[in-house]
Write a protein of this length. Structure first.
Length: 224
């Protein structure tokens, strides 16, 4: 059977599973951390929780995490995962993130998700909140209006890059090799050397060709 590349998760984490995944990528929530959760799946799931279910605590920590760790997000994987979602609010949120991170051109493709009309993060009360406090500078002028103070920005709510690299294998490989499918494949092989090239590609959402090269390189390094 021909290999069919997976580009999106069959099911994103929810509920307690999402909480564990967020802890696993360095967000400060109460609970037990998942073991090496997929970073982009967790980010998209957390944004859905925040934007669609109005969980502002989750969204606050997510935006802080992105501000600190965006250099090690696999932008191609994130963009594919976001584009697979149909929620206009979710798309507007990520378009706003792309505008905020305009200095990181890898996220520019998210800008096309910008809606025709500017929307509000809060379903009610935005005019009053903005008139009192102004807008959150991270979202000021972007496709989603966010009143200042609604999304708390506390760096202590997330692990620093050095600490997360010690705890999350794929993140560490991204720091070493760059945020790529190849880095995630090396991390997956470190954890489970017996993975076939096809399974390695499926688990990391990468191509079979990249997985085959990583698998072959691993054999060379571990040959006796």
């Amino acid at each position: 059977m021909a290999f069919s590349r997976a580009t999106t998760a069959l099911q994103l984490p929810q509920g307690d599973g999402l909480t564990s995944a967020m802890i696993g990528i360095g967000m400060a929530f109460a609970g037990r951390a998942a073991a090496a959760p997929n970073i982009e799946d967790t980010l998209v799931a957390a944004s859905m929780e925040g934007v669609e279910r109005d969980d502002l605590r989750t969204l606050s920590v997510l935006v802080t995490w992105i501000g600190i760790h965006h250099s090690w997000i696999n932008a191609d994987r994130l963009i594919r995962a976001v584009k697979a979602q149909k929620s206009s609010r979710l798309r507007a949120f990520w378009a706003a993130i792309a505008r905020w991170l305009h200095g990181d051109r890898r996220f520019a493709r998210l800008a096309v998700l910008r809606p025709k009309h500017r929307g509000d993060l809060l379903r009610v009360g935005s005019d009053f909140q903005v008139s009192r406090r102004g807008e959150d500078p991270r979202f000021d002028g972007g496709p989603m209006r966010v009143p200042a103070g609604v999304l708390r920005d506390r760096p202590a709510d997330v692990l620093a890059p050095a600490e997360l690299a010690r705890r999350h294998r794929a993140y560490r490989c991204r720091v070493l090799m760059g945020p790529s499918y190849r880095a995630d494949m090396w991390a997956a092989l470190e954890a489970e050397p017996s993975l076939s090239a096809a399974e390695l590609a499926r688990r990391t959402y990468g191509s079979f060709a990249t997985a085959w090269h990583v698998k072959n390189a691993s054999r060379v390094l571990h040959a006796r």
